[in-house]
Design a protein around this ligand. Structure first.
Ligand SMILES: [Mn+2]
Length: 269
């Protein structure tokens, strides 16, 4: 039995199939965990979710595109240019998919490996226990009766500075932005959400460049295709290698630390 963590699939179903074949994945015994952004921008979102939901030992954390899909499917947000959510939105099991997705966590912690899986990252000011508690706050709302109200109001870049005194939607929005959109921040965790390249804006640095609260905790994440899987440290492990942008889809085997990659399919559309 092996456990694999797989980078941002974003509807690249053929590549996901190829990657599982490349590691000789056995759904009966092997586990596939996903760092989020399962859907959007790629061609086969419905097939991707059907496959992931069919795997008996899969785990998923939510990414910004997954939350955006939930908002569009719930009717509180219109599709953006570049969205490819049509196959999902017309799926016969759309209601099941929405209910399944909104019950997925923002953080998955695996004690056997002392490893946390998130979509974008963790601010350097949070311990694992703090991060777990903050994730739980958002998860409770997403799983509750007022989740559409949350989805309608989650968009935005403010507030950008964490305080335990934050309440209500400002608090939930910043927690959500840390888990699903974080790239650059200050040592105090102040967020900068406009820069997506590997060149830091003045005064900011990648969240994983600051000393971790717990140097023995491994944090596995996706979201940031521009860094192409490189963090220059051993505790933060980046898995978004830009498959949906024509590069590669990556799997990390937790048992032996090996990475396996498959190339993106050439597309004519
Ligand atoms: Mn993302």
């Amino acid at each position: 039995m092996s456990t694999y963590i797989i980078g941002d699939v974003q509807g690249c179903y053929q590549e996901l199939q190829a990657l599982l074949a490349a590691v000789r994945f056995d759904p009966e015994v092997d586990a596939a965990w996903f760092v989020g952004d399962l859907v959007n921008r790629g061609p086969d979102n419905l097939a991707t979710l059907r496959l992931i939901r069919s795997l008996p030992h899969s785990r998923v954390v939510l990414g910004n595109h997954d939350l955006h899909f939930l908002a569009v499917a719930s009717g509180c947000q219109t599709a953006k240019a570049g969205d490819t959510l049509g196959d999902l939105l017309s799926a016969p099991e759309l209601t099941d998919i929405v209910d399944w997705l909104r019950h997925q966590p923002l953080l998955h912690y695996a004690p056997d490996w002392h490893c946390a899986i998130v979509h974008a990252g963790l601010p350097p000011i949070w311990s694992l226990a703090t991060a777990q508690a903050r994730a739980e706050e958002v998860q409770r709302v997403l799983r509750g009766p007022n989740y559409v109200r949350f989805l309608a109001r989650m968009y935005g870049n403010e507030p950008s500075t964490w305080s335990e005194d934050l309440v209500g939607m400002a608090r939930l929005r910043l927690i959500t932005n840390y888990f699903t959109r974080l790239r650059y921040c200050t040592p105090m965790g102040d967020l900068e959400l406009l820069h997506k390249t590997d060149v830091a804006p003045p005064g900011y640095a990648p969240w994983f460049s600051y000393p971790p609260q717990d140097p023995t905790l491994r944090i596995v994440f996706g979201h940031w295709a521009a860094i192409n899987g490189e963090t220059n440290n051993s505790w933060a492990m980046a898995l978004d290698t830009g498959c949906v942008w024509g590069r590669r889809l990556t799997a990390l085997c937790l048992d032996n630390g090996c990475r396996t990659q498959v190339p993106a399919k050439a597309r004519t559309d």
